[in-house]
Design a protein around this ligand. Structure first.
Ligand code: HEC
Length: 190
């Protein structure tokens, strides 16, 4: 037997369902357009490279904590010239040869250095510090190393104080990149 009370409950249930459907439609209707956000600054934005890879952003956070903003260097690299890098490289030339097949100096030969395995020149007597590093020389690791060699690589034999100016680091990276038959792509910037 359906009494008044039950009819009331059924009506309430219909009303509730009605609300859900309509409110739901409203939400679905608004968000794809994002019309209420247009031209507005959203609360926070994810860094583009975090969205893309996650990894490089983590690296960049590292660089910033080491007193170096790699994204800034990567941006400067887009316009830095090989010539300006060659002039910064004069500081390195006392110890390093840049040409393919040239002899090691006090430091190892730097042909193909970008993306080369760290500490991998046969016959060069590297420090234990550098031999303990794994992986290859990305632009970011090169930037960190060249910025403060002894700080980034405790115990390195490279007796060089480091490059403090971001522009110099960017230029020398562009020069190092040119030491190859097939130069690596430039780093991505946000
Ligand atoms: C006083 C000599 C000296 C100067 C100046 C110097 N380096 Fe070095 N460099 C070395 C030595 C020695 C090593 C080997 C480090 C080790 O074994 O810890 C080295 C290692 C390196 C490596 C790692 C190579 C590899 O095979 O893994 C890079 C890259 C490098 N130097 C770049 C530079 C650049 C670029 C400059 C100039 C901005 C520079 N260096 C200035 C002596 C020098």
């Amino acid at each position: 037997m359906i009494n008044c009370w039950e009819i009331g409950k059924i009506a309430a249930a219909f009303f509730a369902a009605f609300l859900v459907i309509f409110t739901g439609q409203k939400i679905v209707h608004i968000s794809p357009n994002n019309s209420y956000l247009e031209g507005d600054e959203v609360g926070y934005k994810l860094p583009v490279d975090l969205a893309a890879t996650g990894k490089s952003s983590k690296h960049n956070a590292l660089s910033i904590s080491a007193g170096l903003d790699f994204m800034k260097i990567a941006t400067l690299m887009q316009t830095a010239s090989v010539d300006s890098g060659a002039s910064v490289f004069k500081k390195c030339g006392a110890c390093h040869t840049p040409e393919q097949g040239a002899k090691n100096g006090m430091g190892p030969n730097l042909w193909n250095i970008v993306n080369r395995d760290i500490g991998s020149i046969e016959g060069f007597k590297y420090s234990d510090a550098i031999l303990g590093k794994r992986g290859n020389w990305t632009y970011e690791k090169l930037a960190l190393f060249l910025h403060k060699p002894k700080k980034w690589l405790k115990g390195t034999k490279m007796a060089f104080g480091g490059l403090r100016r971001e522009q110099d680091i960017a230029s020398v990276l562009i020069y190092l990149r040119s030491l190859s038959d097939s130069p690596a792509p430039l780093p991505a910037v946000q």
